[in-house]
Design a protein around this ligand. Structure first.
Ligand code: ADP
Length: 270
């Protein structure tokens, strides 16, 4: 049996102030899967991400990456296996130019300059930002900053990419571009994608599986067709149905009226 790329097993986490942010959370993403954590604000998404990447130590339970306990993985190996893209790119970018920023990780790992430059070129191409290579970071738009911060992570060649609210703050075109880039990395390069979001509309089109969290617990997990059939659960989680699910639901209520060519499930609409 193949081990999951990442799994959290019975993970509990409490902040010092006493907030229980994660309560017996079980989560996994298989190699090459595109998995979303869907939840309203304050439900524990960011905390779970920090636990998955070892920034926070769970009070109970454990995190396993490719079959190995996270606590036994050397930081240097971890950085080359799991990449974290923070919600706010300003928290991630620190160099003066795009090239310097994206080169920082591979340079720090001691790669030869040729290899560093090759990785910078490839990572920028992956996020459709090759033309930004010589630009100053502080002249970039927010969407460009987001893509460049992702390139810095991709330059480490991770097999798992974890993103906190990757579409937050982007305009609709930027949201679609970001999700298409993630889809491409997932389908073409086999990178396991885990993202946290409360943006329900983009998920049916891209995510293989969705975890719905509420108050630090997993309410339900499954493919989007299953998740978005549970209207009550979605309401309880303070979320809403994606517009496409609402539309298909309404169409299905026209029982017996054939609507040629229209998808009948979210899966068919992908
Ligand atoms: P989400 O990412 O879903 O918005 P978070 O993981 O950020 O949720 O937060 C989960 C809970 O933990 C919330 O109640 C939040 O107030 C609390 N929390 C988050 N960060 C901290 C912190 N550094 N100290 C204390 N409580 C925190």
């Amino acid at each position: 049996m193949i081990s999951p790329a990442v799994s959290a097993q019975d993970v509990c986490f409490k902040y010092q102030e006493g907030t229980r942010a994660l309560d017996r959370v079980n989560f996994h993403a298989d190699p090459g899967e595109f998995v979303a954590m869907l939840a309203s604000n304050g439900s524990g998404k960011t905390t779970l991400i920090k636990v998955l990447i070892g920034l926070l130590k769970p009070e109970k339970g454990k995190v396993v990456i490719h079959g190995k306990d996270l606590s036994r993985i050397a930081k240097k190996d971890l950085f080359q296996t799991v990449g974290l893209v923070l919600q706010n790119p300003v928290d991630q970018l620190f160099a003066a130019t795009v090239e310097e920023d994206v080169a920082y990780g591979p340079r720090n790992l001691g790669f030869e300059e040729d290899e560093v430059q090759r990785r910078v070129g490839e990572a920028l191409a992956c996020v459709a930002a090759s033309e930004l290579r010589h630009r100053a970071i502080h002249h970039l738009s927010y969407g460009e900053q987001k893509r460049v911060s992702m390139a810095g992570v991709l330059a480490m060649n991770p097999s798992i990419l974890i993103l906190d609210e990757p579409t937050a703050g982007l305009d609709p075109a930027g949201e679609t571009l970001m999700m298409r880039l993630l889809n491409k990395l997932n389908r073409e390069q086999g990178i396991t994608i885990i993202l946290a979001t409360h943006n329900v509309d983009l998920l049916p089109l891209f995510a293989d599986r969705i975890y719905v969290l509420q108050r630090g617990r997993v309410l339900k997990q499954g493919p989007s067709d299953e998740i978005f059939c549970e209207h009550e659960m979605i309401r309880d989680a303070c979320l809403r149905l994606p517009y496409i699910a609402t539309l298909l639901h309404k169409l299905k209520q026209h029982d017996g009226v054939p609507i040629a060519g229209l998808p009948l499930t979210i899966g068919e609409a992908r």
